[in-house]
Design a protein. Structure first.
Ligand code: ADP
Length: 224
């Protein structure tokens, strides 16, 4: 249906608050995210990981509401099928080979593993174990695996951590590739570094002490 094709994927956060014990770390947050590359930037301790874990359904929504398209995060089973989450550290699959990992991940949505094995140049390393890869290459494999789940929303927690300048440059290319080849995905990645905000980024959300202090495009971010 034409109407379906024109409907954009959208994540809506409404009046979200979240506390660890007594102290509120996210306060009355309201935010809409659309398809494209979205960055969550803020100093350490500003609430980025907390928000990403809530969006990944690891932490439950207690106050406020979140919807992915029209589906509430209260419908956990449905939401989990629509998202992919890449945590900051990822060592559990260290002892399996790249092609085994991609085979395993793509199997969830019975998609074609070759499509994902051919992303970001990882095919060249398909017979290597994940632990034998550089941090940058490992990130590429994990992100390709996340894409193979065909999610509407991909959450990347500090993907540049542990990467050198070259590794960051590789991440930029990954975002550009996703933007062109998987334009209907909503990407949200977090960082505390301004140099992780690339030209291809659509929206920047800056957080401080659990509150949004900026939400806009790169041009207005530079002018702020
Ligand atoms: P960021 O990812 O921006 O560094 P976090 O979301 O990790 O920020 O942390 C936000 C705040 O919540 C910090 O003050 C942190 O100390 C606190 N915090 C994070 N995780 C926990 C936890 N499990 N228990 C209590 N406080 C926590």
């Amino acid at each position: 249906m034409l109407g379906d094709k024109m409907t954009k994927n959208i994540l809506s956060i409404k009046d979200l608050s979240f506390s660890y014990r007594r102290k509120n770390f996210i306060e009355n947050m309201t935010l809409d995210l659309e398809e494209g590359i979205n960055v969550l930037i803020g100093h350490n301790g500003s609430g980025k990981t907390t928000l990403i874990k809530i969006l990944a359904t690891i932490y439950k929504v207690k106050a406020g509401e979140i919807f992915l398209n029209d589906i509430s995060y209260k419908n956990l089973d449905q939401i989990k099928k629509l998202i992919a989450y890449v945590p900051q550290k990822f060592n559990s699959y260290d002892n399996i080979k790249v092609k085994e990992y991609i085979d395993f991940m793509s199997g969830f949505k019975s998609s074609n593993p070759d499509e994902y094995l051919n992303l970001f140049g990882i095919n060249e390393y398909k017979d290597k174990k994940l632990k034998a890869l550089s941090e940058g290459m490992k990130k590429r494999v994990i992100i390709a695996g996340a894409l193979s789940l065909k999610p509407k929303l991909i959450l990347l927690d500090e993907p540049s951590s542990g990467l050198d300048k070259e590794g960051r440059e590789e991440l930029r290319k990954i975002y550009e590739h996703i933007k062109i080849n998987y334009p209907q995905v909503i990407i949200l990645y977090s960082t505390h570094l301004e140099e992780d905000i690339f030209q291809c980024v659509d929206i920047i959300i800056e957080v401080k002490e659990g509150k949004i202090i900026f939400n806009g495009d790169l041009e207005s971010y530079k002018e702020r």
